[in-house]
Design a binder for this molecule. Structure first.
Ligand code: TXA
Ligand code: MG
Length: 317
């Protein structure tokens, strides 16, 4: 049985007990809901893979409360410190080399010598990290390959029965997963676009940020989890639509979208569109239609992350 708990102090303490007992709890972050388990415990990490039906070659993000805790597990380079100072806590995940004395479960690195680490900026996530005293492995709390959850109800729909609790922190503000930046190689590589933009990272570091496609060691450092089909609704998704066929449901963006269409942001605000994206895809993904048609979203700012998720949602399965 999975219980949705309001995020009171008492409920956070109960969820923390559950985590310390090796069980799984979903918690809100500013990006999407995470599926939390004790990152020091191989059994808990194995249970996360099982609950999500996640392929075991796909490593997990570890959530920690502060930089000091991160430094127990990974080598924090000068570049990492600069970025941490500017963007943590917040929607940025750093891939850093695992320390030789790192006690994190080996399973969560899926055989890599690096760890993905993030300090979240949601008060409930932070309270849970503090109450549990644990580093928390936390992939998005959805069955593998499906749409990430931005409300407690989404989590219960996808993982109900497989976890003890969902801490309800309301809808996630950012709405798309964190930017994932690989700092383990010769140049910084953005493996997944998110709310922290490549140009913001480059400005802080004073060096250009590569993408997986144009990295010098392209191929050597792929994001294992960035499968081309991901975030997939059950219905087929058609991108750059100018309108809907009679049996399609239309998701629009901006003032030009036809009246009556679902609109990610009537005013054309990319922050609002990102926050609405996954909830709109879920709402559109119901029987009675042949597919979901989505109007173009500008590929600037957070629109880069939105278009990345939409391309994967529309990819052949
Ligand atoms: O916003 C987020 O990052 C959310 C919240 C809950 O924190 N979490 C999340 O986790 O999106 P997940 O597991 O769904 O996505 C993690 C991504 C995957 O694409 C995974 O392959 C990649 O990070 N990743 C994890 N560890 C890695 C590593 N050591 N090297 C390269 N990529 C890694
Ligand atoms: Mg995910």
């Amino acid at each position: 049985m999975t219980e949705i708990l309001s995020a009171t102090e008492e409920h956070i303490a109960r969820a923390a007990d559950s985590l310390r007992a090796g069980r799984l709890v979903s918690f809100p972050t500013e990006t999407v809901y995470g599926l939390g388990g004790n990152a020091l415990d191989d059994h808990a990490v194995a249970a996360i893979y099982a609950a999500k039906n996640r392929p075991d070659f796909n490593p997990l993000i570890v959530h920690v409360p502060d930089l000091q805790t991160a430094a127990r597990y990974v080598h924090v380079s000068d570049a990492a410190k600069l970025l941490a100072g500017r963007f943590w806590p917040g929607p940025l995940t750093l891939i850093l080399p695992r320390r030789a004395d790192c006690r994190l479960s080996l399973l969560l690195s899926a055989g890599l010598d690096t760890v993905a680490i993030r300090i979240p900026n949601h008060p409930v996530a932070r309270a849970l990290l503090e109450a549990s005293g644990l580093p928390l492995a936390g992939p998005s709390a959805n069955p593998s390959g499906r749409i990430s959850p931005t409300t407690a109800q989404h989590v219960a729909e996808g993982l109900g029965g497989k976890i003890d609790y969902v801490l309800d922190g309301g809808p996630c503000k950012v709405g798309v997963e964190s930017s994932v930046l690989d700092l383990s190689g010769t140049q910084p590589v953005l493996l997944r676009p998110g709310a922290v933009l490549a140009e913001e990272i480059a400005a802080v570091l004073g060096v250009p940020v590569a993408t997986e496609q144009n990295a010098v060691d392209h191929g050597a450092r792929k994001s294992p989890g960035q499968l081309s089909s991901h975030y997939a609704p059950h219905l087929p998704v058609r991108l750059n639509a100018t309108g809907a066929a009679p049996d399609e449901i239309l998701i629009g963006f901006g003032p030009a979208a036809p009246a009556g269409a679902q609109n990610l942001s009537p005013s054309g605000d990319l922050l609002e569109a990102a926050a609405n994206l996954f909830a709109f895809l879920r709402a559109a993904d119901r029987p009675g239609h042949r597919g979901i048609a989505i109007m173009p979203i500008p590929a600037t700012g957070l629109g880069i992350a939105i278009n990345d998720r939409l391309r994967r949602a529309a990819a052949p399965r």
